[in-house]
Design a protein around this ligand. Structure first.
Ligand code: 2P0
Length: 347
C-alpha cells in the first residue's frame, strides 16, 4: 500500500468588528492595534483543506477550488517552513515518528462560497492550511499558538482559527510570539446574534489590504490617534459588550470602528476608497432603521471593499428583513421570486 498520510481541517471566514489596519512589522505581520472578529457559523462560509504527505511525492503541490496552482507564494512557504520546524523538533524527541518534515506535501483546498461573492477568503485559506498541516504533523501546539503561525501568512488569518468572538491581541514582543488570537466567547455564548451579508460588488478591491495599510501608516495623521487612543479603549469596551451581550453598545462600537477605519483610508495620501455609493446608502439605511424603531436593531461594518456585513438580533430579523426586501423589490433587475421572502413582506 502507498504510504500516504492525510489530515483535513476547515476554517471559517472571519469578519472584523474592530479592524486590523496597520503593521508595526511587515515581515512578521505584527499589527499596530489589537482587533476583534465575530464568526457566527463555522460552516456557512469556510475553507476545507486536506494536507497529504508521502515519501513518494516529488514536489509540493497545491489545488485551489479544483485547479492546480504553484505552491510558491512567499506567505504560504513561510508558514510551511515554521510548521516543518515544529515537526522536526517532534521527530527529534520521538525518533520512531515517520520523517514527515523531510517529505513533500500535497494540499487540496476549496471554499464553499463563490469567489465571485467578493468575500475575503485568504484568512480562512491560511488558517485551514495551518490547522490541516498541524493535524497531519500531530503538533501539540494549542490553537492560539498555531494562530501565531497563521498570522505570519496573513494577519487576519490568525482570527480564523476560532469561531465565535475572537480577539487578536497585538502583543508587545519583537519576535511576535505574543501576537495571537484568543477566544473572547464561543458562538453559543450569544445565540441571538445574527449576521447578514449584502454583496454590493464582487469586483476585485481597489487597493490590496497589505499595501493599503502601509500607505495609511505612512501618510495618515488620523491613524496615530486611532491606534494610540481610539482603538485601545474601544477594544476593552467591545470585549465587555460581548461578555455582557449588550447589543446596543456592541452595535455602536462596531459601526464607529468601521467608520474610523474608512476615515483613516480616506485620510491616507493619495486617499483609498473602499466603500462606494451603495455602501453609503446602506449606512444611511441602518441609521434610519435604528432611528425609526427608536432602538439599535442593526449594525453595519465594511472591510476593504464595498460589501456590507450587518449584525442584528434574531428577535429583530423580521423587522429588518421586511425593510430590506421592500427596498430591494423596488430595485430594477431585482428578481420577483416573492416566495423566498414573502414571509417578511407580509408582516
Ligand atoms: C480586518 N482587514 O481586521 C481588516 C479590516 C481588512 C479591513 O485584515 O497583509 O488580508 O495579509 O496581514 O489580513 C485585511 O488584511 O492583510 C484585513 P495582511 P489582511 O479584517
Amino acid at each position: 500500500m502507498t504510504n500516504i498520510h492525510i489530515a483535513s481541517a476547515t476554517a471559517p471566514v472571519n469578519i472584523a468588528t474592530l479592524k486590523y489596519w496597520g503593521k508595526r512589522d511587515k515581515v512578521l505581520n505584527l499589527p499596530t492595534n489589537s482587533s476583534i472578529s465575530v464568526t457566527l457559523s463555522q460552516t456557512d462560509l469556510r475553507t476545507l483543506t486536506s494536507a497529504a504527505t508521502s515519501p513518494t511525492f516529488t514536489s509540493n503541490k497545491l489545488w485551489l477550488n479544483g485547479e492546480e496552482h504553484p505552491f510558491n507564494d512567499a506567505r504560504s512557504v513561510q508558514v510551511l517552513t515554521h510548521l516543518k520546524e515544529l515537526r522536526k523538533k517532534l521527530e527529534l524527541e520521538n525518533p520512531a515518528l515517520p520523517k514527515f518534515s523531510e517529505w513533500y506535501l500535497h494540499i487540496v483546498s476549496e471554499n464553499n462560497f463563490p469567489t465571485a461573492a467578493g468575500l475575503a477568503s485568504s484568512a480562512a485559506g491560511l488558517a485551514a492550511l495551518v490547522v490541516s498541516i498541524a493535524k497531519l504533523y500531530q503538533l501539540p501546539q494549542s490553537y492560539s499558538e498555531l494562530s501565531v503561525i497563521a498570522r505570519m501568512g496573513s494577519g487576519s488569518a490568525c482570527r480564523s482559527l476560532f469561531g465565535g468572538y475572537v480577539a487578536w491581541e497585538m502583543g508587545q514582543l519583537q519576535d511576535g510570539s505574543d501576537s495571537k488570537a484568543v477566544e473572547i466567547a464561543p458562538m453559543e455564548h450569544w445565540p441571538q446574534m445574527k449576521a447578514l451579508i449584502l454583496v454590493v460588488s464582487a469586483d476585485k478591491k481597489d487597493t490590496p489590504s497589505t499595501s493599503g495599510m502601509q500607505l495609511t501608516v505612512q501618510t495618515s495623521e488620523l491613524f496615530k490617534q486611532r491606534v494610540d487612543v481610539v482603538v485601545p479603549k474601544r477594544f476593552k469596551e467591545m470585549t465587555q459588550s460581548i461578555l455582557d451581550k449588550n447589543f446596543a453598545k456592541f452595535a455602536e462600537l462596531t459601526m464607529k470602528d468601521s467608520n474610523s477605519f474608512h476615515a483613516t483610508c480616506l485620510d491616507s495620501f493619495p486617499p483609498i476608497f473602499y466603500m462606494n455609493d451603495t455602501s453609503k446608502k446602506i449606512i444611511k439605511l441602518c441609521h434610519h432603521i435604528n432611528t425609526y424603531y427608536n432602538e439599535t436593531i442593526v449594525a453595519y461594518t465594511f472591510d476593504a471593499g464595498p460589501n456590507a456585513v450587518l449584525y442584528y438580533l434574531q428577535k429583530n430579523e423580521t423587522k429588518l428583513f421586511n425593510i430590506i426586501y421592500k427596498l430591494f423589490e423596488k430595485l430594477p433587475g431585482w428578481k420577483s421570486d416573492r416566495a423566498n421572502y414573502k414571509q417578511f413582506l407580509d408582516q
